[in-house]
Design a protein around this ligand. Structure first.
Ligand code: BTN
Length: 257
């Protein structure tokens, strides 16, 4: 990926203040964590061309072969954000992704909590790792992976994954896409600092295809089944069941029925 192009074209103030690029790394999440330990500015972005231990939510592996896709992590220090609103940062990632993909003619939707879906298949995902202090979040690493110029997937992912190339038949300039993604992210992040929590929640609802669907959530010790009605101000999914409204946290995943 052309990192110089990213540095030259990026017109953001916070996100991308520092950009670190790795041809190969275990995971951009690991690199971002290390950079936080050594003291990096907020908005530091770590990009890799390939990851040998790319990770997704729920300890799943994230398919990260060389040369075709976007793997990046952003370091955020949202000093004034209470941990209660942490999910909103994660929502920001998927909203920025959907907005960016729309600029390439792709109409992606968000499946709870953060899967970017096209034609029922996953085109991108968001992973958030935090360390908190008391009520306030200290450090956040927001990881984003987008399947861009991948022309095929291994058998195990074939039915559940899709890429920009597979959808549009065009290869895209990944550096250009990163610039657009980081720009969208910065816009959302700065609005969040200006108490723009409502805006994030509204955009998530606008782009989500989960609200209104019947869902099943495996909560480990029990399953919740019902209709996804809304999200509350902290980003919990509200599911209407026979026993009343259930609140589903961001760490849970669900199936449509
Ligand atoms: C998910 O949908 O489960 C989240 C996937 C997140 C993948 C990205 S790729 C860049 C960053 N580094 C990782 O190891 N994971 C995230």
């Amino acid at each position: 990926m052309n990192i110089l192009e990213i540095r030259n074209k990026l017109s953001t103030n916070v996100i991308g203040r520092r950009i670190e690029y790795y041809k190969l790394t275990s995971s951009t999440m690991d690199e971002a964590e290390n950079l936080i330990k050594t003291g990096c500015p907020e908005g530091t972005v770590v990009i890799a061309d390939e990851q040998y231990r790319g990770r997704g939510r729920r300890r799943k592996e994230w398919f990260s072969p060389r040369g075709n896709n976007i793997y990046l992590s952003v370091v955020l220090f949202p000093e004034h954000l209470s941990i209660k609103y942490g999910s909103l940062i994660m929502f920001m990632g998927s909203i920025a992704m959907v907005k960016t993909l729309s600029e390439y003619g792709i109409c992606a939707k968000i499946k709870w909590p953060n899967d970017c879906m096209v034609d029922g298949k996953k085109i991108g995902g968001v992973l958030m790792e935090t360390t908190g202090e008391g009520e306030f979040i200290k450090n956040i690493v927001l990881g984003m992976g987008i399947n861009v110029n991948q022309d095929s997937f291994p058998l195990s992912l074939k039915d559940s994954a899709i890429s920009v190339l597979m959808k549009t038949k065009y290869k895209v300039d990944r550096a250009e896409m990163v610039v657009r993604l980081l720009y969208c992210l910065e816009e959302l992040y700065l609005s969040l600092e200006k108490r723009g929590r409502e805006k994030i929640l509204d955009l998530w609802k606008k782009y989500s295809d989960t609200i209104g669907k019947r869902v099943v959530v495996d909560m480990g010790d029990r399953t919740v089944e019902g209709k996804a009605k809304d999200i509350d101000k902290y980003g919990f999914l509200l599911v209407e069941t026979g026993r009343g409204l259930e609140k589903i946290a961001c760490r849970e995943t669900l199936r449509y029925i």
